[in-house]
Design a protein around this ligand. Structure first.
Ligand code: DQA
Length: 144
């Protein structure tokens, strides 16, 4: 089984950006945790990140017929990008939306999620562990 994890803008700045919201752990730590968890679950995992909307669309399109599920944290594009939603709908793969912070308790402009419409589940406010929970969920969904 193959999973792709796609991270959007500023997630490469984890550990540096607003640590009181996103925690002190860096992006490399996040990647290590995901890869270790992939080994535990016996799944192949590819982790991608871009600060650019079109790149994120390309990454989603590249998953078509190649992977079994996608975990996506589109960062701020969560709240603005119809293009990313359309790409997700186009590939029609099991997808989980992850946010490190609990966006439901934050600013009004973070209350809209376009990508949610294409996702089986949303995990928010669980820090980096949210990605691991999303992996568990997808393994369970795809194997059932
Ligand atoms: C985020 C929440 C978004 O609102 C924000 O723009 C991010 C990160 C999160 O993981 O909590 O960049 O997706």
């Amino acid at each position: 089984m193959k999973l792709t994890v796609i991270n959007g803008p500023n997630l490469n700045m984890l550990g540096i950006r607003e640590p009181e919201i996103y925690g002190k752990g860096g992006y490399n730590l996040l990647c290590e945790k995901i890869l270790e968890h992939g080994k535990r679950l016996g799944v192949q995992v590819e982790i991608l990140q871009s600060n650019h909307e079109g790149d994120l669309v390309d990454m989603i399109q590249d998953c078509y017929q190649k992977v079994d599920g996608i975990i996506i944290n589109p960062g701020a594009y969560t709240h603005t990008s119809i293009a990313i939603l359309d790409a997700a709908k186009a590939v029609n793969l099991p997808m989980v939306e992850v946010h490190i912070s609990d966006v439901s308790k934050r600013e009004a402009f973070r209350q809209i999620s376009y990508i949610r419409d294409a996702c089986l589940k949303t995990i928010m406010g669980h820090g980096m562990d949210g990605y691991l929970e999303a992996m568990d969920y997808l393994v369970h969904e795809v194997n059932k």
